[in-house]
Design a protein around this ligand. Structure first.
Ligand code: LLP
Length: 436
């Protein structure tokens, strides 16, 4: 359960499904999501917190991968949900996700988005700035509602993959700047403004983080902030939300901590920062680490181009439209031949997409068995920020997404059709009449 393996025919199997059969049945490119692995990752977070004895919430950051089926899984596993737009909120609500378990993020939420959140009765608005604070207050007041609020802070901790620095993040479009006293001022306004109830603070220090020091430092900063706000305003922090960013293993070299280690470190800092009776509820917002490793993209190999003495390109039937991360972030991925897993690597090749850009390369220099046109290439760890960042560049159609589990495979997003590509296009009348 929740694992991939190789079957007797040497085919890659995920969730008990033969990927060669999945490719035949659903076509390629295809996003395959291992449902058990997603569930297991969610449970790992919940169990890690349970061990700490703290009051907690785990909010899945739906920007990593949001579909109706995914929202159902998150709801079923008892997590909260983080949304960052009207579209993500709409998806969650359509899936029947309990509104009171939703956090609404964003540095430029529109009036319409705030109203949508208020009308739906979402749990919390993570308020980012003073404009939002006053707009939310007046909207809530007019509707006779009270909006629950966390204040997003930029605590001056910026985590990188392997290390963290203490100033960089202050220059950020997100959140109230901590060092200059903006957060304190925001708390004061929350306490004055009508229609708002402020529960605590939020920060997010980065993504794909491999160590715990940055999280510890962020907690320390929020502990100090909480003390100051208690002294200044008699304000009691009830919730501290530490954001997401927990790293995953894309490649051999990646060395993330375990979920237990991340959560333990956060919990330890919380306990040492607050007296027992004042310990707030702790929230984290993992996205990548819930879905990243559960996703695999299956491509069909087409063109093969050997430049003697230089490089061998193998082209697949997708590319930067279904996975823009290599082009955007120089992200690196691993892959195997899904139809010939038992064969040893024989050659070094580079995997190209089919889009009209030289930068459309999925993987540079990977060792594979002798690759032939028609082979199936499985690129691993594509569950996070792949489907959610997919686009129609070159008018390619976004692939289907299937959930696999115990030998069952279910399409949770159907492949886009040609008609989908033009469904919003209009030809103005004057272009329909000859000669304008
Ligand atoms: N909470 C907040 C407020 C965030 O901004 C993010 C991610 C998360 C939670 C979830 O972070 P995670 O656990 O997934 O690292 N497109 C980029 C990643 C952008 C992340 C933005 N914020 C990528 O493909 O690597």
């Amino acid at each position: 359960r929740g694992t991939s393996q190789f079957n007797d025919q040497g085919h890659l199997e995920i969730g008990g499904c033969d990927t060669v059969e999945l490719a035949e049945q659903f076509g390629t490119p295809l996003y395959i999501m291992d449902e058990w692995m997603i569930r297991q990752r969610m449970r790992e977070y919940m169990q890690a917190f349970q061990k700490t004895g703290l009051a907690f919430q785990v909010a899945y950051a739906s920007k990593a991968f949001s579909t109706l089926a995914m929202c159902r899984l998150v709801a079923e596993e008892g997590l909260h949900l983080d949304v960052v737009s009207d579209g993500e909120l709409f998806t969650a609500l359509k899936a029947g996700f309990p509104a009171e378990r939703i956090y609404f993020h964003g540095n430029n939420k529109t009036r319409e988005e705030l109203e949508m959140g208020l009308d739906a009765g979402i749990g919390w608005f993570v308020v980012d700035n003073f404009n939002e604070l006053s707009m939310l207050s007046s909207l809530a007041y007019k509707k006779g509602l009270t909006a629950r609020v966390l204040l997003r802070t930029t605590p001056g901790v910026e985590a990188h993959t392997h290390t963290y620095i203490q100033t960089g993040q202050e220059d950020s479009k997100f959140g109230f700047n901590l060092a200059s006293g903006q957060v304190h001022k925001a708390v004061e306004r929350c306490l004055q403004y009508k229609g708002l109830k402020v529960d605590g603070f939020h920060c997010h220090i980065g993504s794909q983080i491999f160590e715990t020091d940055g999280f510890r430092l962020a907690v320390q900063k929020l502990v100090t902030l909480s003390e100051e706000c208690r002294n200044l305003f008699g304000f009691q922090t009830r919730i501290l939300n530490l954001g997401g960013g927990f790293g995953i293993r894309y490649n051999e070299e990646d060395r993330p901590m375990s979920v237990d280690q991340y959560i333990f470190a956060i919990a330890e800092e919380i306990r040492s920062g607050f007296s027992e009776k004042d310990i707030p509820q702790v929230v984290v917002e993992p996205g990548r680490s819930i879905v990243g490793e559960a996703g695999t993209t299956l491509y069909r190999v087409g063109t093969i181009k050997q430049i003697p003495g230089v490089r061998k390109y193998i082209s697949v039937d997708g590319g930067m439209n279904d996975n823009p991360r290599p082009a955007l972030y120089r992200a690196s991925y691993e892959a195997i031949l899904a139809n010939r897993t038992s064969e040893q690597p024989e050659e070094t090749v580079s995997v190209a997409g089919k889009l009209c850009e030289s930068g459309d390369m999925l993987i540079w220099d990977i060792d594979l068995p002798h690759v032939k046109s028609g082979d199936l290439l499985a690129v691993t760890c594509t569950g996070a920020y792949n489907y959610s960042m997919a686009n129609n560049y070159n008018r390619l159609r976004r692939p289907a997404v299937v959930f696999v589990r115990d030998g069952y495979s279910d399409v949770v997003v159907r492949r886009e059709s040609m008609e989908d590509l033009i469904k919003n296009d209009r030809i103005p009348n004057r272009l329909l009449t000859p000669n304008g």
